[in-house]
Design a protein around this ligand. Structure first.
Ligand code: FAD
Ligand code: SF4
Length: 399
């Protein structure tokens, strides 16, 4: 059910935000319910009404091709490339392609505002969604706030401001709800620049992750699970700390991820026009997925600022994924020497490029499928999209 009765819209405006979260424990705090658009929550919420298929057709003018493995995994797309900025933006999560596209769009008058997320003065990891109207405000939103962020909480301001052309930057659950209410926003043109997203956490969960994993949790300025199978922490003094994935204290971290993220199957942000991540690209490169003509228009704006190369794929993920399913399920944690050794071996012979992305998608989808099956069995059939069922179906899962 994608269509929203626009006659109800006036009534919706009368409703003020409440602290209600109809998705209950599965809520990802996307921000929709902080606005009068909460009226649409039962249709729009990614965790109440999974409708990726319908919204893909609405957004990209065609469904995902389930006969094509790349579309099954990465969604509707025209093109995929690996890229990095020739002159990276200092302090960006990667090289700052996201911030650069947003700045170009604003500078060239394609949009009047950009929904993005800065942090609060007190806490670099506490998200503070804003509608940026200057390049400086966009730059101040660079780098991930690796926590659930209520990006859509600014939706009411859009209508009040009279803006007609808008860019929204966000992760999958935010974008699904946004697409569902898109027609109600009164915009002439909406651009959506997405990032992939997985394993997000609450602010308290982030603290636990940092304290369990980093040698100096309070000096971490950013971190990333990189393509070399290590978590890279950047610290305030500019140093980088790496921890092998296989050395993570899985037994302590099992409950740290938000229940919304444990039941999410939109890792690759299927409904954005353009997606900028890293996981389908070689180590240290960013990965760009152009989903439709709007995404192409956005990427063209920064093409001359980028070095690019074609995407590549190497290795075979399947056995590694199959072995990791029971290991994760039982919370197996390796001693650090064994984790480091395994990290070195898998970095040499393990999957790379698009195969690394498939490895990550397979590992997360099988884990999440088990989570939904065990914790919300009544939702399983409708909540898991067809493409994800196809992916999970390749593996033998424990009960
Ligand atoms: P920058 O120019 O630094 O801009 C970052 C942008 O992210 C900013 O505009 C900001 O508004 C936005 N942002 C920051 N925090 C949030 C948030 N919590 N919610 C929504 N928007 C936010 N890529 C992968 O390939 N695989 C992953 O598993 C993966 N996980 C991610 C998890 C999270 C929570 C986020 C936010 C991103 C994730 N990404 C992932 C994307 C990747 O980490 C980079 O954000 C992306 O490559 C863009 O880098 P950049 O240097 O171009 O971004
Ligand atoms: Fe509301 Fe978003 Fe939470 Fe769903 S995920 S209940 S739409 S705030």
């Amino acid at each position: 059910m994608t269509s929203i009765d626009s006659n109800k819209h006036k009534k919706a405006r009368a409703l003020k935000p409440t602290s209600r979260r109809p998705a209950k424990e599965l809520c990802s705090e996307c921000g929709l319910c902080d606005t009068y658009y909460i009226h649409y929550v039962k249709v729009a919420c990614a965790f109440i009404n999974q409708q990726i298929g319908e919204l893909e057709t609405q957004t990209h003018n065609r469904p995902r091709n389930l006969e094509d493995e790349n579309e099954v995994y990465f969604g509707v797309h025209q093109d995929m490339i690996a890229a990095r900025k020739q002159e990276p933006i200092e302090g960006a999560q990667w090289t700052g392609i996201v911030s650069s596209i947003a700045i170009e769009m604003l500078n060239r008058g394609l949009v009047e505002g950009v929904v993005c997320v800065q942090n609060t003065k007190e806490d670099r990891f506490q998200p503070m969604p804003i509608i940026a109207r200057t390049p400086e405000e966009i730059l101040a939103a660079r780098v991930n706030k690796p926590t659930l962020s209520p990006n859509l909480s600014v939706l009411e301001q859009i209508e009040k401001s009279g803006m007609k052309r808008l860019l929204v930057i966000g992760v999958g659950c935010q974008i699904q709800a946004l697409r569902a209410v898109e027609k109600q926003l009164g915009l002439e043109k909406l651009y959506v620049l997405g990032t992939p997203c997985v394993d997000n956490v609450t602010r308290a969960g982030l603290q636990k992750f940092l304290e369990t994993t980093s040698r100096s949790p309070h000096t971490v300025v950013s971190y990333e699970f990189m393509q070399d199978y290590r978590v890279h922490f950047k610290h305030e003094d500019g140093s980088t700390e790496t921890v092998p994935f296989f050395g993570l204290k899985t037994n302590q971290l099992k409950d740290v991820f938000a229940p919304s993220c444990m039941s999410c199957f939109d890792y690759v942000n299927s409904l954005a026009d353009l997606v900028v991540g890293y996981m389908g690209a070689p180590f240290r490169w960013q990965w760009i997925v152009v989903r439709n003509d709007t995404g192409k228009e956005m990427l063209n704006l920064v093409q001359d600022q980028l070095d690019t190369q074609p995407v590549m794929s190497q290795g075979n993920r399947k056995e590694a994924v199959q072995q990791s399913i029971p290991a994760y399920d039982q919370g197996v944690t390796l001693p650090m020497w064994a984790a480091k050794l395994m990290g070195v071996v898998i970095e040499r012979i393990g999957p790379k490029g698009l195969e690394y992305a498939r490895f990550s998608i397979d590992s997360h989808f099988t884990r999440n499928y088990l989570y939904v099956k065990r914790n919300h069995p009544e939702k399983l059939e409708a909540h898991v999209p067809e493409f994800a069922k196809q992916i999970v179906g390749q593996y033998k899962l424990p009960e």
